[in-house]
Design a protein around this ligand. Structure first.
Ligand code: HEC
Ligand code: HEC
Length: 370
């Protein structure tokens, strides 16, 4: 009898576990028919997300605060009161993303690295760096077979967008090159991910990825950059009383709030006109612009608020373009999230608790007209 009872309990537990872990069920959604995205496009989207966050960090944080309040960026940032270098920011977040085993990997490298770890690791990577140095208008791409998977690889050029890039590298004692000029190619961003479908082995145009996977990559990068920014820049420098984050960061020469970092990067991405889009929204927004814009976003927010396991997904059509959309939960991971939101005069909700879902990140990926 006892044995029967325990196996019944076991079955019930198993059943509950299956329900919780089943991806289709976790968002209470029927399976979605998804168009695929070409691997080239997917790489362009991923690169755009990495690049815009790199730009926001280099220009809105490092350049601006260096000029206005003499806050320095330094290689030894963790032992001083300085900001991490833009390259170190990228490397910290790429480490987080690479460790998630989602399939995507990326890093910064160069033919003339200050840090030897940032040299190319394979012959193809080196070829890629040389090609984008000669022709920065397009990425260099190739595929490899590894552990039964086909990996799509791309190198995008990394340009000297500000004069500080050039000044610092040319004068660095460990830099093997000292004649960089503004807008020169200084290195490359290497991106790699598995192909989910390949109709013809050799035809590059047939390399494709499922949009849900691309949205997961985009979300993982956004989340990693936000974590690095919140932890190593905002929280660390606030604790040391060096500088703080405030809503009116521009006027007050302060750090952007983590939400503003994400929202400003999202404006840059919209301007790139790739069709890729992401935003931070909530059912209880401090800024009314961040409320749900339509039925999909509202239901998505409601769904991830009660079941924050998998994103809420859907498709939509705007003009002749179709999009895959996913709403990911945005969780109050630190006490600062809830202290600030609960106390904010414009917040419509004042009883958030730690690990509550405060809102959601909506990622829209064009599945194209092609
Ligand atoms: C204040 C100095 C400084 C500034 C400003 C700076 N860098 Fe760097 N950069 C470094 C250092 C130091 C490293 C090596 C970091 C490490 O230890 O991995 C690096 C790494 C890199 C790398 C990887 C290859 C290598 O040299 O190790 C690239 C590419 C790069 N930087 C490009 C840029 C670009 C583009 C900018 C401007 C947006 C920039 N850097 C701004 C100092 C700087
Ligand atoms: C110091 C105050 C502060 C902290 C800390 C803070 N936020 Fe916010 N948050 C804001 C403000 C202000 C906005 C509105 C920004 C704007 O103008 O769009 C915002 C916006 C948001 C939004 C978009 C919806 C809205 O309310 O406008 C979400 C979601 C959000 N924050 C989640 C978080 C999470 C999660 C954390 C912790 C990881 C966090 N916030 C930390 C002040 C804060």
């Amino acid at each position: 009898m006892l044995k029967l009872k325990s196996s019944f309990v076991y079955l019930v537990c198993l059943f509950i576990l299956i329900i919780l872990l089943s991806p289709a069920n976790s968002a209470a959604q029927p399976p979605l028919k998804q168009k695929t995205i070409s691997a080239h496009r997917a790489a362009d989207y991923i690169h755009a997300v990495i690049e815009t966050d790199r730009t926001i960090y280099s220009q809105y944080i490092v350049e601006r605060l260096g000029e206005t309040v003499s806050l320095k960026a330094s290689e030894n940032w963790d032992k001083t009161n300085a900001l991490p270098l833009p390259a170190q920011f990228l490397m910290m977040s790429s480490k987080i993303v690479n460790s998630k085993n989602l399939g995507i990997k990326y890093r910064l490298m160069s033919l003339w690295p200050i840090n030897k770890k940032n040299a190319s690791r394979t012959k193809e990577e080196k070829v890629g760096l040389k090609k984008v140095a000669l022709n920065p208008n397009q990425p260099y791409v190739w595929t490899v077979r590894k552990n039964g998977q086909v990996l799509f690889n791309a190198v995008y050029p990394d340009l000297a967008v500000t004069k500080s890039c050039v000044q610092c590298h040319n004068s660095h004692p460990r830099s093997p090159k000292r004649d960089f000029k503004r807008n020169d190619v200084m290195g490359g961003i290497y991106i790699s991910f598995p192909i989910s479908n390949m109709k013809k082995e050799t035809a590059q145009n047939n390399l494709a990825v499922v949009p849900e996977v691309v949205a997961d990559y985009v979300h993982a990068i956004l989340e990693a950059d936000r974590t690095v920014y919140a932890k190593h820049i905002v929280n660390r420098l606030q604790k040391k009383n060096i500088i703080y984050a405030s809503e009116n960061w521009w006027e007050e020469n302060t750090l952007l709030l983590p939400a503003q970092f994400l929202l400003n990067a999202s404006d840059l991405i919209k301007n790139m006109r790739l069709g890729l889009d992401y935003k931070l929204i909530s059912l209880w927004p401090i800024n009314q612009h961040n409320g749900p814009a339509n039925r999909f976003e509202r239901i998505g927010l409601e769904t991830v608020a009660s079941r924050p396991f998998r994103p809420y997904i859907g498709t939509t059509q705007i003009g002749n373009r179709s999009y895959f959309q996913a709403v990911y939960p945005d969780i109050a991971v630190t006490p600062a999230c809830i202290t600030c939101h609960n106390a904010h005069p414009k917040s419509p909700k004042h009883d958030f608790k730690l690990y509550d879902v405060i809102g959601g990140i909506v990622v829209s990926v064009p599945t194209g007209t092609d």
